[in-house]
Design a protein. Structure first.
Length: 491
Protein backbone atom coordinates (compact mmCIF):
# COMPACT_ATOMS: atom_id res chain seq x y z
CA UNK A 1 0.00 0.00 0.00
CA UNK A 2 1.25 3.51 -0.76
CA UNK A 3 2.88 5.60 1.92
CA UNK A 4 0.62 8.04 3.79
CA UNK A 5 2.54 10.97 2.32
CA UNK A 6 1.13 10.07 -1.08
CA UNK A 7 -2.10 11.69 0.08
CA UNK A 8 -0.46 15.03 -0.59
CA UNK A 9 -0.94 14.34 -4.28
CA UNK A 10 -4.65 13.70 -3.93
CA UNK A 11 -7.40 16.21 -4.54
CA UNK A 12 -8.85 15.61 -1.09
CA UNK A 13 -8.26 19.08 0.25
CA UNK A 14 -9.67 20.72 -2.86
CA UNK A 15 -12.64 18.41 -3.38
CA UNK A 16 -15.88 20.42 -3.62
CA UNK A 17 -17.92 17.79 -1.79
CA UNK A 18 -17.28 15.20 0.88
CA UNK A 19 -18.32 12.45 -1.54
CA UNK A 20 -15.72 13.67 -4.05
CA UNK A 21 -13.04 13.54 -1.36
CA UNK A 22 -14.23 10.05 -0.39
CA UNK A 23 -13.93 8.86 -3.97
CA UNK A 24 -10.42 10.34 -4.20
CA UNK A 25 -9.40 8.37 -1.10
CA UNK A 26 -10.92 5.18 -2.50
CA UNK A 27 -9.19 5.63 -5.86
CA UNK A 28 -5.89 6.19 -4.07
CA UNK A 29 -6.16 3.07 -1.91
CA UNK A 30 -7.56 0.89 -4.71
CA UNK A 31 -4.50 1.61 -6.86
CA UNK A 32 -2.64 -1.01 -4.85
CA UNK A 33 -3.93 -4.50 -5.64
CA UNK A 34 -5.45 -6.44 -3.83
CA UNK A 35 -6.98 -3.77 -1.58
CA UNK A 36 -10.71 -3.06 -1.86
CA UNK A 37 -11.69 0.17 -0.09
CA UNK A 38 -15.06 1.75 0.62
CA UNK A 39 -16.17 4.88 2.47
CA UNK A 40 -19.37 5.06 4.51
CA UNK A 41 -20.70 8.39 5.80
CA UNK A 42 -23.41 8.80 8.45
CA UNK A 43 -26.72 10.09 7.11
CA UNK A 44 -30.21 9.86 8.59
CA UNK A 45 -29.18 7.34 11.20
CA UNK A 46 -27.43 4.95 8.81
CA UNK A 47 -24.00 4.53 7.25
CA UNK A 48 -24.24 5.29 3.54
CA UNK A 49 -21.75 3.88 1.03
CA UNK A 50 -20.64 7.04 -0.80
CA UNK A 51 -17.57 5.57 -2.53
CA UNK A 52 -16.24 2.09 -3.27
CA UNK A 53 -14.04 0.25 -5.72
CA UNK A 54 -13.63 -3.27 -7.03
CA UNK A 55 -16.87 -4.66 -5.61
CA UNK A 56 -19.81 -5.95 -7.58
CA UNK A 57 -21.78 -6.09 -4.32
CA UNK A 58 -21.49 -3.46 -1.61
CA UNK A 59 -23.60 -3.03 1.49
CA UNK A 60 -25.37 0.27 1.95
CA UNK A 61 -27.62 1.80 4.57
CA UNK A 62 -25.86 -0.07 7.39
CA UNK A 63 -27.40 0.46 10.85
CA UNK A 64 -24.77 1.58 13.41
CA UNK A 65 -25.53 -1.54 15.45
CA UNK A 66 -24.62 -3.90 12.59
CA UNK A 67 -21.26 -5.45 11.75
CA UNK A 68 -17.70 -4.21 11.89
CA UNK A 69 -18.51 -1.00 10.01
CA UNK A 70 -21.23 -0.13 12.49
CA UNK A 71 -19.02 -1.07 15.43
CA UNK A 72 -16.18 1.18 14.26
CA UNK A 73 -18.60 4.08 13.83
CA UNK A 74 -20.41 3.46 17.11
CA UNK A 75 -17.28 3.13 19.25
CA UNK A 76 -14.97 5.51 17.41
CA UNK A 77 -12.30 2.76 17.47
CA UNK A 78 -10.60 0.78 14.72
CA UNK A 79 -11.91 -2.71 14.07
CA UNK A 80 -9.77 -5.25 12.22
CA UNK A 81 -11.17 -8.66 11.36
CA UNK A 82 -9.35 -11.69 10.04
CA UNK A 83 -11.80 -13.46 7.72
CA UNK A 84 -14.63 -12.10 5.59
CA UNK A 85 -16.13 -9.09 7.34
CA UNK A 86 -18.74 -10.27 9.79
CA UNK A 87 -18.17 -13.86 8.70
CA UNK A 88 -18.10 -17.02 10.77
CA UNK A 89 -14.84 -17.61 12.60
CA UNK A 90 -13.45 -14.10 12.11
CA UNK A 91 -10.94 -12.80 14.65
CA UNK A 92 -11.62 -9.26 15.83
CA UNK A 93 -8.98 -6.83 17.08
CA UNK A 94 -10.03 -3.31 18.07
CA UNK A 95 -8.23 -0.08 18.89
CA UNK A 96 -4.50 0.02 19.56
CA UNK A 97 -4.18 -3.76 19.48
CA UNK A 98 -4.57 -3.59 15.70
CA UNK A 99 -1.16 -1.91 15.39
CA UNK A 100 0.69 -5.17 15.87
CA UNK A 101 -1.24 -7.23 13.36
CA UNK A 102 1.39 -6.93 10.65
CA UNK A 103 4.05 -8.66 12.71
CA UNK A 104 1.66 -10.85 14.70
CA UNK A 105 0.28 -12.77 11.72
CA UNK A 106 2.69 -14.04 9.14
CA UNK A 107 0.23 -15.07 6.46
CA UNK A 108 -3.49 -15.51 5.88
CA UNK A 109 -5.31 -17.09 2.98
CA UNK A 110 -8.84 -16.58 1.78
CA UNK A 111 -11.41 -16.95 4.51
CA UNK A 112 -13.54 -19.38 2.59
CA UNK A 113 -14.85 -20.15 -0.88
CA UNK A 114 -12.90 -21.04 -3.96
CA UNK A 115 -11.90 -17.64 -5.35
CA UNK A 116 -9.23 -15.12 -4.54
CA UNK A 117 -11.88 -12.38 -4.42
CA UNK A 118 -12.91 -13.48 -0.91
CA UNK A 119 -11.32 -11.04 1.59
CA UNK A 120 -9.06 -12.47 4.27
CA UNK A 121 -8.72 -9.18 6.18
CA UNK A 122 -11.04 -6.25 6.79
CA UNK A 123 -10.06 -3.02 8.55
CA UNK A 124 -12.70 -0.47 9.55
CA UNK A 125 -11.37 2.93 10.61
CA UNK A 126 -13.64 5.65 12.00
CA UNK A 127 -13.64 8.96 10.15
CA UNK A 128 -13.65 11.75 12.74
CA UNK A 129 -14.88 15.28 12.00
CA UNK A 130 -14.70 17.86 14.82
CA UNK A 131 -13.85 14.99 17.16
CA UNK A 132 -17.03 13.02 16.41
CA UNK A 133 -17.48 9.96 14.15
CA UNK A 134 -18.75 11.05 10.73
CA UNK A 135 -18.27 7.75 8.93
CA UNK A 136 -16.02 4.74 8.38
CA UNK A 137 -13.22 3.89 5.95
CA UNK A 138 -13.31 0.17 5.21
CA UNK A 139 -10.36 -1.61 3.59
CA UNK A 140 -10.68 -5.25 2.57
CA UNK A 141 -7.82 -7.38 1.37
CA UNK A 142 -7.17 -10.94 0.25
CA UNK A 143 -3.74 -10.61 1.89
CA UNK A 144 -2.66 -9.74 5.40
CA UNK A 145 -2.80 -6.10 6.45
CA UNK A 146 0.50 -4.81 7.79
CA UNK A 147 1.11 -2.05 10.29
CA UNK A 148 2.16 0.16 7.37
CA UNK A 149 -1.10 -0.56 5.59
CA UNK A 150 -3.10 0.46 8.66
CA UNK A 151 -1.02 3.62 9.13
CA UNK A 152 -1.72 4.67 5.55
CA UNK A 153 -5.43 3.97 5.96
CA UNK A 154 -5.47 6.07 9.16
CA UNK A 155 -3.94 8.95 7.26
CA UNK A 156 -6.63 8.67 4.60
CA UNK A 157 -9.40 8.59 7.21
CA UNK A 158 -7.91 11.63 8.98
CA UNK A 159 -7.61 13.61 5.72
CA UNK A 160 -11.20 12.78 4.83
CA UNK A 161 -12.37 13.81 8.30
CA UNK A 162 -10.69 17.22 7.92
CA UNK A 163 -12.36 17.72 4.55
CA UNK A 164 -15.78 16.84 5.95
CA UNK A 165 -15.31 19.42 8.69
CA UNK A 166 -14.68 22.22 6.21
CA UNK A 167 -16.82 21.11 3.25
CA UNK A 168 -19.91 19.21 4.46
CA UNK A 169 -22.21 18.09 1.67
CA UNK A 170 -25.48 19.93 1.16
CA UNK A 171 -28.33 17.42 0.86
CA UNK A 172 -29.93 17.07 -2.55
CA UNK A 173 -33.68 17.70 -2.61
CA UNK A 174 -34.91 17.04 -6.15
CA UNK A 175 -35.43 13.35 -5.47
CA UNK A 176 -36.80 14.16 -2.03
CA UNK A 177 -39.52 16.33 -3.50
CA UNK A 178 -40.55 13.61 -5.94
CA UNK A 179 -40.45 11.10 -3.11
CA UNK A 180 -42.75 13.24 -0.97
CA UNK A 181 -45.26 13.55 -3.81
CA UNK A 182 -45.35 9.77 -4.29
CA UNK A 183 -45.69 9.16 -0.56
CA UNK A 184 -48.69 11.49 -0.37
CA UNK A 185 -50.34 9.72 -3.32
CA UNK A 186 -49.60 6.28 -1.86
CA UNK A 187 -51.02 7.25 1.52
CA UNK A 188 -54.43 7.86 -0.08
CA UNK A 189 -54.70 4.26 -1.35
CA UNK A 190 -56.50 1.48 0.54
CA UNK A 191 -56.00 -1.52 -1.77
CA UNK A 192 -52.78 -3.50 -1.28
CA UNK A 193 -52.41 -4.29 -4.99
CA UNK A 194 -52.77 -0.61 -5.90
CA UNK A 195 -50.19 0.32 -3.26
CA UNK A 196 -47.72 -2.23 -4.65
CA UNK A 197 -48.14 -0.85 -8.17
CA UNK A 198 -47.72 2.73 -6.95
CA UNK A 199 -44.59 1.71 -5.04
CA UNK A 200 -42.88 0.28 -8.12
CA UNK A 201 -43.78 3.27 -10.27
CA UNK A 202 -42.53 5.66 -7.62
CA UNK A 203 -39.30 3.72 -7.14
CA UNK A 204 -38.43 3.88 -10.84
CA UNK A 205 -39.21 7.59 -10.86
CA UNK A 206 -36.93 8.27 -7.90
CA UNK A 207 -34.15 5.94 -9.14
CA UNK A 208 -34.30 5.69 -12.95
CA UNK A 209 -33.39 2.04 -13.48
CA UNK A 210 -35.35 -0.12 -15.92
CA UNK A 211 -37.42 -2.57 -13.90
CA UNK A 212 -38.73 -3.26 -10.42
CA UNK A 213 -40.30 -6.07 -8.43
CA UNK A 214 -41.92 -6.29 -5.01
CA UNK A 215 -41.22 -9.54 -3.17
CA UNK A 216 -43.41 -10.26 -0.15
CA UNK A 217 -41.88 -12.30 2.66
CA UNK A 218 -43.67 -14.63 5.09
CA UNK A 219 -42.50 -17.47 7.33
CA UNK A 220 -43.37 -19.77 4.42
CA UNK A 221 -40.91 -18.05 2.08
CA UNK A 222 -40.56 -15.21 -0.42
CA UNK A 223 -42.76 -14.67 -3.47
CA UNK A 224 -42.92 -11.89 -6.08
CA UNK A 225 -46.30 -10.14 -6.19
CA UNK A 226 -45.87 -7.28 -8.65
CA UNK A 227 -43.20 -6.56 -11.28
CA UNK A 228 -42.84 -3.98 -14.07
CA UNK A 229 -40.32 -3.16 -16.78
CA UNK A 230 -38.38 -5.14 -19.42
CA UNK A 231 -36.64 -7.27 -16.76
CA UNK A 232 -39.89 -8.09 -14.95
CA UNK A 233 -39.91 -11.76 -16.02
CA UNK A 234 -36.28 -12.26 -14.96
CA UNK A 235 -36.97 -10.64 -11.58
CA UNK A 236 -40.06 -12.79 -11.02
CA UNK A 237 -38.27 -16.01 -11.96
CA UNK A 238 -35.10 -15.40 -9.92
CA UNK A 239 -34.41 -16.97 -6.54
CA UNK A 240 -35.26 -14.21 -4.08
CA UNK A 241 -33.96 -15.82 -0.89
CA UNK A 242 -30.35 -14.58 -1.38
CA UNK A 243 -31.48 -10.95 -1.64
CA UNK A 244 -33.89 -11.39 1.26
CA UNK A 245 -30.98 -12.73 3.34
CA UNK A 246 -28.83 -9.74 2.42
CA UNK A 247 -31.38 -7.14 3.52
CA UNK A 248 -32.96 -9.13 6.35
CA UNK A 249 -30.66 -7.69 9.01
CA UNK A 250 -31.63 -4.12 8.12
CA UNK A 251 -28.99 -3.21 5.54
CA UNK A 252 -29.72 -2.47 1.91
CA UNK A 253 -27.85 -3.86 -1.08
CA UNK A 254 -26.56 -1.93 -4.11
CA UNK A 255 -24.51 -3.55 -6.87
CA UNK A 256 -23.12 -2.65 -10.28
CA UNK A 257 -21.14 -5.17 -12.29
CA UNK A 258 -17.64 -4.58 -13.62
CA UNK A 259 -16.07 -6.56 -16.47
CA UNK A 260 -13.23 -7.88 -14.30
CA UNK A 261 -15.29 -8.76 -11.22
CA UNK A 262 -17.00 -12.10 -10.66
CA UNK A 263 -20.47 -11.96 -9.15
CA UNK A 264 -20.89 -13.71 -5.79
CA UNK A 265 -22.38 -17.18 -6.10
CA UNK A 266 -25.78 -16.18 -4.73
CA UNK A 267 -26.17 -13.40 -7.31
CA UNK A 268 -24.76 -15.09 -10.41
CA UNK A 269 -28.22 -16.17 -11.52
CA UNK A 270 -29.34 -12.54 -11.68
CA UNK A 271 -26.25 -11.47 -13.57
CA UNK A 272 -26.66 -14.38 -15.99
CA UNK A 273 -30.21 -13.12 -16.63
CA UNK A 274 -28.75 -9.85 -17.93
CA UNK A 275 -28.96 -7.77 -14.77
CA UNK A 276 -25.90 -5.54 -14.47
CA UNK A 277 -27.15 -3.09 -11.83
CA UNK A 278 -29.32 -3.97 -8.84
CA UNK A 279 -30.52 -2.25 -5.69
CA UNK A 280 -32.62 -3.91 -2.99
CA UNK A 281 -34.16 -2.42 0.15
CA UNK A 282 -36.32 -4.04 2.79
CA UNK A 283 -39.89 -3.25 3.75
CA UNK A 284 -40.18 -3.39 7.53
CA UNK A 285 -43.41 -3.11 9.52
CA UNK A 286 -43.67 -3.62 13.26
CA UNK A 287 -39.98 -4.64 13.31
CA UNK A 288 -40.68 -7.43 10.85
CA UNK A 289 -39.37 -7.84 7.30
CA UNK A 290 -42.53 -7.96 5.21
CA UNK A 291 -41.04 -7.56 1.75
CA UNK A 292 -38.13 -6.52 -0.45
CA UNK A 293 -38.18 -3.85 -3.15
CA UNK A 294 -35.72 -4.65 -5.96
CA UNK A 295 -34.77 -2.39 -8.87
CA UNK A 296 -32.63 -3.63 -11.77
CA UNK A 297 -31.09 -2.55 -15.04
CA UNK A 298 -29.42 -4.35 -17.92
CA UNK A 299 -26.74 -1.67 -18.19
CA UNK A 300 -24.09 -0.67 -15.68
CA UNK A 301 -25.90 2.23 -14.05
CA UNK A 302 -24.22 3.20 -10.77
CA UNK A 303 -26.69 3.61 -7.92
CA UNK A 304 -25.83 6.58 -5.73
CA UNK A 305 -26.17 6.16 -1.99
CA UNK A 306 -28.53 9.16 -1.94
CA UNK A 307 -30.82 7.17 -4.23
CA UNK A 308 -30.66 4.13 -1.93
CA UNK A 309 -31.60 6.35 1.00
CA UNK A 310 -34.63 7.70 -0.87
CA UNK A 311 -35.69 4.14 -1.73
CA UNK A 312 -35.43 3.14 1.92
CA UNK A 313 -37.72 5.99 2.92
CA UNK A 314 -40.15 5.05 0.15
CA UNK A 315 -40.05 1.39 1.20
CA UNK A 316 -40.66 2.26 4.86
CA UNK A 317 -43.71 4.32 3.90
CA UNK A 318 -44.98 1.60 1.55
CA UNK A 319 -44.58 -1.05 4.27
CA UNK A 320 -46.72 1.03 6.60
CA UNK A 321 -49.35 1.61 3.89
CA UNK A 322 -49.46 -2.09 2.98
CA UNK A 323 -49.82 -3.16 6.60
CA UNK A 324 -52.63 -0.64 7.13
CA UNK A 325 -54.41 -1.77 3.93
CA UNK A 326 -54.12 -5.44 4.88
CA UNK A 327 -55.47 -4.79 8.37
CA UNK A 328 -58.36 -2.77 6.94
CA UNK A 329 -59.19 -5.58 4.51
CA UNK A 330 -59.01 -8.09 7.36
CA UNK A 331 -61.50 -6.02 9.36
CA UNK A 332 -63.79 -5.81 6.36
CA UNK A 333 -63.56 -9.56 5.78
CA UNK A 334 -64.34 -10.27 9.43
CA UNK A 335 -67.29 -7.88 9.36
CA UNK A 336 -68.61 -9.61 6.23
CA UNK A 337 -68.11 -13.17 7.48
CA UNK A 338 -69.78 -15.64 9.80
CA UNK A 339 -67.30 -15.97 12.69
CA UNK A 340 -67.89 -19.72 13.08
CA UNK A 341 -67.53 -20.99 9.50
CA UNK A 342 -65.77 -18.08 7.80
CA UNK A 343 -68.46 -17.99 5.11
CA UNK A 344 -70.30 -14.85 4.16
CA UNK A 345 -73.31 -14.14 6.38
CA UNK A 346 -76.93 -13.07 5.77
CA UNK A 347 -76.11 -9.46 4.88
CA UNK A 348 -73.28 -10.32 2.52
CA UNK A 349 -75.48 -12.92 0.80
CA UNK A 350 -78.12 -10.31 -0.02
CA UNK A 351 -75.43 -7.83 -1.11
CA UNK A 352 -73.89 -10.44 -3.41
CA UNK A 353 -77.29 -11.42 -4.78
CA UNK A 354 -78.04 -7.80 -5.64
CA UNK A 355 -74.75 -7.53 -7.53
CA UNK A 356 -75.17 -10.80 -9.44
CA UNK A 357 -77.50 -9.74 -12.27
CA UNK A 358 -75.34 -10.86 -15.17
CA UNK A 359 -74.98 -13.66 -17.69
CA UNK A 360 -74.59 -16.55 -17.20
CA UNK A 361 -77.56 -16.55 -14.87
CA UNK A 362 -76.90 -16.83 -11.13
CA UNK A 363 -79.07 -19.50 -9.53
CA UNK A 364 -80.03 -19.26 -5.86
CA UNK A 365 -79.63 -22.33 -3.64
CA UNK A 366 -81.17 -22.53 -0.17
CA UNK A 367 -80.11 -25.40 2.09
CA UNK A 368 -81.45 -26.49 5.46
CA UNK A 369 -79.85 -29.25 7.57
CA UNK A 370 -82.09 -32.18 8.49
CA UNK A 371 -81.92 -33.35 12.09
CA UNK A 372 -79.53 -30.65 13.26
CA UNK A 373 -81.67 -29.44 16.18
CA UNK A 374 -81.97 -32.96 17.60
CA UNK A 375 -78.22 -33.51 17.22
CA UNK A 376 -77.44 -30.15 18.83
CA UNK A 377 -79.78 -30.82 21.77
CA UNK A 378 -78.38 -34.33 22.27
CA UNK A 379 -74.64 -33.69 21.99
CA UNK A 380 -74.37 -30.01 22.92
CA UNK A 381 -73.59 -26.76 21.13
CA UNK A 382 -69.85 -27.44 20.85
CA UNK A 383 -70.53 -30.58 18.86
CA UNK A 384 -73.15 -28.74 16.83
CA UNK A 385 -70.61 -26.03 15.96
CA UNK A 386 -68.18 -28.69 14.74
CA UNK A 387 -70.89 -30.17 12.55
CA UNK A 388 -71.70 -26.77 11.05
CA UNK A 389 -68.03 -26.22 10.24
CA UNK A 390 -67.84 -29.68 8.70
CA UNK A 391 -70.90 -28.99 6.55
CA UNK A 392 -69.42 -25.66 5.42
CA UNK A 393 -66.15 -27.39 4.44
CA UNK A 394 -67.96 -30.19 2.63
CA UNK A 395 -70.17 -27.91 0.55
CA UNK A 396 -67.31 -25.49 -0.15
CA UNK A 397 -65.38 -28.41 -1.61
CA UNK A 398 -68.27 -29.11 -3.97
CA UNK A 399 -68.40 -25.58 -5.37
CA UNK A 400 -67.19 -24.78 -8.84
CA UNK A 401 -65.12 -21.77 -9.80
CA UNK A 402 -67.29 -18.67 -9.54
CA UNK A 403 -69.79 -20.22 -7.08
CA UNK A 404 -70.22 -18.73 -3.60
CA UNK A 405 -71.55 -20.15 -0.32
CA UNK A 406 -73.00 -18.34 2.71
CA UNK A 407 -74.31 -19.24 6.15
CA UNK A 408 -77.50 -17.20 6.52
CA UNK A 409 -78.89 -18.66 9.75
CA UNK A 410 -78.34 -21.24 12.49
CA UNK A 411 -78.38 -24.34 10.26
CA UNK A 412 -79.30 -22.59 7.00
CA UNK A 413 -76.92 -22.09 4.09
CA UNK A 414 -77.31 -20.32 0.76
CA UNK A 415 -75.37 -20.44 -2.47
CA UNK A 416 -75.05 -18.37 -5.62
CA UNK A 417 -74.22 -20.58 -8.60
CA UNK A 418 -73.30 -19.40 -12.10
CA UNK A 419 -75.34 -21.58 -14.50
CA UNK A 420 -76.55 -21.64 -18.08
CA UNK A 421 -79.67 -23.78 -17.60
CA UNK A 422 -82.11 -25.29 -15.12
CA UNK A 423 -80.45 -28.70 -15.56
CA UNK A 424 -77.02 -27.29 -14.71
CA UNK A 425 -78.47 -25.57 -11.61
CA UNK A 426 -80.08 -28.84 -10.47
CA UNK A 427 -76.82 -30.74 -10.95
CA UNK A 428 -74.82 -28.14 -9.00
CA UNK A 429 -77.34 -28.14 -6.12
CA UNK A 430 -77.31 -31.95 -6.05
CA UNK A 431 -73.51 -31.92 -5.63
CA UNK A 432 -73.95 -29.78 -2.50
CA UNK A 433 -76.50 -32.20 -1.07
CA UNK A 434 -74.27 -35.19 -1.90
CA UNK A 435 -71.23 -33.54 -0.30
CA UNK A 436 -73.09 -33.21 3.02
CA UNK A 437 -74.19 -36.85 2.91
CA UNK A 438 -70.66 -38.03 2.06
CA UNK A 439 -69.20 -36.14 5.03
CA UNK A 440 -71.15 -38.42 7.43
CA UNK A 441 -71.62 -35.73 10.07
CA UNK A 442 -74.92 -37.07 11.42
CA UNK A 443 -77.06 -34.69 9.37
CA UNK A 444 -78.39 -34.50 5.82
CA UNK A 445 -79.41 -31.54 3.68
CA UNK A 446 -82.63 -30.49 2.01
CA UNK A 447 -81.97 -28.15 -0.91
CA UNK A 448 -84.12 -25.83 -3.02
CA UNK A 449 -82.75 -24.14 -6.14
CA UNK A 450 -84.21 -21.46 -8.38
CA UNK A 451 -82.93 -20.00 -11.65
CA UNK A 452 -83.87 -16.34 -12.27
CA UNK A 453 -86.26 -15.48 -15.07
CA UNK A 454 -86.00 -12.40 -17.22
CA UNK A 455 -87.02 -9.33 -15.25
CA UNK A 456 -87.57 -11.24 -12.00
CA UNK A 457 -86.90 -9.43 -8.72
CA UNK A 458 -84.58 -10.79 -6.04
CA UNK A 459 -87.51 -11.16 -3.66
CA UNK A 460 -89.44 -13.30 -6.16
CA UNK A 461 -86.36 -15.44 -6.88
CA UNK A 462 -85.78 -16.06 -3.17
CA UNK A 463 -89.44 -16.89 -2.62
CA UNK A 464 -89.33 -19.57 -5.34
CA UNK A 465 -86.12 -21.07 -3.94
CA UNK A 466 -87.65 -21.10 -0.46
CA UNK A 467 -90.76 -22.93 -1.68
CA UNK A 468 -88.54 -25.44 -3.46
CA UNK A 469 -86.67 -26.03 -0.19
CA UNK A 470 -89.88 -26.73 1.69
CA UNK A 471 -90.97 -29.08 -1.10
CA UNK A 472 -87.70 -31.03 -0.56
CA UNK A 473 -88.46 -31.15 3.19
CA UNK A 474 -92.01 -32.32 2.56
CA UNK A 475 -90.78 -34.95 0.14
CA UNK A 476 -88.87 -36.83 2.83
CA UNK A 477 -85.82 -34.58 3.38
CA UNK A 478 -82.27 -35.26 2.13
CA UNK A 479 -83.25 -34.20 -1.38
CA UNK A 480 -83.10 -31.45 -3.99
CA UNK A 481 -86.00 -29.62 -5.65
CA UNK A 482 -85.87 -27.21 -8.60
CA UNK A 483 -88.30 -24.30 -8.35
CA UNK A 484 -90.94 -23.92 -11.03
CA UNK A 485 -90.98 -20.92 -13.32
CA UNK A 486 -94.03 -19.16 -11.80
CA UNK A 487 -93.73 -17.60 -8.37
CA UNK A 488 -97.02 -19.12 -7.30
CA UNK A 489 -96.22 -22.66 -8.37
CA UNK A 490 -95.09 -25.28 -5.88
CA UNK A 491 -91.46 -26.38 -5.93
Amino acid sequence: MRETTALLGLAVDGAPRAVDAAQAVVDHLAAEDPFVPAVYLARSGRLRRVASSGQWVAEDGIPPATGAVGRAYRTGSEVVERGASGGTGSEVVEGDAADGLGSEVAEAGAADGDGSDVPAWTACLPILAAGRPAGVLEVRSTQRLTAEDLACARGCAAALGRQIETHPDAPADDGARRLLRHMVDMGALEDAHAIAGALLGAALDVVPLQSAVLVRTTPAGARPTTAIGPLADALRAARHEPIVARVGAGSSCATTSTPEATAPADLRELRAAGIESLVAVGLHADRELTGVLMLASSDRTPVDTDDVELLEQLAAHAASCLRAAERLQSLRDRAASDPLTGLGHHATFHEALGASHRRPRTAVVLCDLDGFKRLNDTHGHAHGDRVLCGVADAMTGALRRGDRLFRIGGDEFAGLLAVESDAEALDAATRLRDAVAAAQLGVTASVGVAVPRDGETDASLLARADRALYAAKAGGRDGVKLAQARAGSPG
